[in-house]
Design a protein around this ligand. Sequence first.
Ligand code: 173
Length: 318
Amino acid sequence: MRSNFIAGVAAILAASTASAQEVTLRAVSSFAEGTEFSKNFERFVEKVNNDGKGVIKINYIGGPRAVPPFEVGNAVRTRVVDIANVTGAFYTNLMPEADGFKLNGKPMSEQRKNGTWDYINQLHNQKLNSQYLARQFHNVPFHIYLNKKIDKIDFSGLKIRVTPVYKDVVEAFGGAPITTPPGEVYTALERGVVDGYGWPVTGIFDLGWEKVTKFRVEPAFYSVEVNVLVNLDAWKGLNGAQRKVLNDAALWLEALDSEKVAVIKTERERQAAAGIQALDFGPAASKAFLDKAYDVAWQSVVKRAPESGPKLRQLAGN
Ligand code: 173
């Protein structure tokens, strides 16, 4: 009798401890589900759910239908969601220096060793109430895509869809920037509201933009950064085992960037096959473009973030 009772109590305790230990976190992406800049995050979610069985689980709510892209940073700050897949370009209102992350293209293994991750994590702790769990796509650059032909790198008279990533460089070369989230790019092009847009070298086929794109301006510039952020209160509430599942999956996720070399090659070929013509004005024009692109972007970051801007530049080493 008595030993049965003890066994019963022990079983109940074990069950409640197990359920108290498994935590579920809610996640969103600032990019549409299943598209280029959500895909690896979705693999990360799958990995966490496999590796973390009984310990930690991610409930992936989805993309911009759940939370509008430019509000995802605030949603993770206020814990409307626990985890977000989001580019710094979408939360510069909360963290102006986030616009500087695109200017550091070093592999994350190096950024984690040389103090960059640590510094950027501190910024996220302070300004976004979040943990900077991972950064993806350091080796994927951006381009300006156009529907009108140009014969030198000069965007005068052109309206170009931007986010903070491209605004300074578009203006520096005479273009008129118009900010939209990714979900409005197709319609803006179709209706002639814009003559072109900024976007990474990968991903234009996801939303059918090849149908409304004629040219890709060379050279490629900057580095994509899409971050996995965890609300800091949610992070602090996790135990060591739960954090380990997330941290291990974060390093795995960052290592997936190595796949992008082949993806970029295929994507350029696919763009050419779709009739998108590369406009290349030669090495001197390309160098002048890149020099100016970095110059105006750093100036803008340092102006808006006089303390952290120079520190980010020193860490980026360019
Ligand atoms: O163009 C954008 O919407 C943008 O800023 C971005 C940033 C990172 C990845 C993809 C797009």
